[in-house]
Each structure stands twice: as structure tokens, then as C-alpha cells.
Design a protein. Structure first.
Length: 132
């Protein structure tokens, strides 16, 4: 039996099963690729102020997927505390030194290719948080 993959908005992380809801109601797909929802169309024009990368153990992914769009980062932080996820090193702590850059490079090399983890990105946009 063929199962269609769940489509996900590249800006906020909403899916076919978990749509964004605003004053206009639930979102819909805004492009042919089905990777941008109607609630995020205007967000594409905003500047990304900061981005955080999390890698979540695959067995904990359902908890992230079940989260309401605005609560995803809180769930990710909780999973980090429970050792079910890891977060990229904070640039403010390690700076732009050679050691800091090496730590970041090692972090991404370690988790990017690990099949036990799923990657999530939280983007901080002009006064908004969006997840990918």
C-alpha cells in the first residue's frame, strides 16, 4: 500500500494533519510544491534574526509532531532536558573563535548523518518564532 508523505510548511512546520489557525481560520497550501502555507506567505518577506537547530531522537518525534505550532520550541527544549534531543551549541557561549567554529562543525557532522535523529530548525523572525 502506498502512503503519501506528510507535507510540511518550510517556515512554520505545520502539516496536512496540524494546520496553522489564525483569525482567518486554518491555513492552506500557498504554492504548488506544498511547502509554504497561507499563514506564512508574508513571513517569507521577513528577516531571519536567529535560527536554532535541534536533533530529536526518532522515538520522540511523535511528541514534536503532535505539538501545537506555537509550542514546538518548548517541546524541543523539554526533550533536550530529557536527553531525547540535542541543540546546537549557542554562538554566544563559544563565539566566533576557531574553537567555537570547530565545535559547531563537529556538532553538525555528528548529528546530520545520524539516522537515529530527525532535524528541526526554529527560526526567530521579526517578533515571531517559526519552526521548520
Amino acid at each position: 500500500m502506498f502512503v503519501f508523505p506528510v507535507r510540511t510548511c518550510r517556515v512554520c512546520g505545520c502539516t496536512d494533519n496540524n494546520a496553522c489557525v489564525n483569525e482567518k481560520g486554518p491555513c492552506s497550501w500557498a504554492n504548488e510544491e506544498h511547502d509554504l502555507c497561507s499563514a506564512c506567505v508574508n513571513d517569507q518577506e521577513k528577516t531571519i534574526l536567529y535560527s536554532k537547530i535541534y536533533y530529536v531522537l526518532n522515538q520522540c518525534v511523535p511528541e514534536v509532531e503532535a505539538a501545537v505550532a506555537g509550542e514546538v520550541q518548548n517541546i524541543l527544549e523539554k526533550l533536550v532536558q530529557q536527553d531525547c534531543a540535542v541543540k546546537q551549541p549557542e554562538p554566544s557561549r563559544i563565539g566566533k573563535s576557531f574553537i567555537g567554529l570547530t565545535l559547531m562543525e563537529n556538532f553538525f557532522e555528528r548529528y546530520e548523518s545520524d539516522p537515529l535523529y530527525t532535524k528541526y530548525e526554529v527560526r526567530i523572525l521579526m517578533n515571531k518564532e517559526r519552526v521548520m
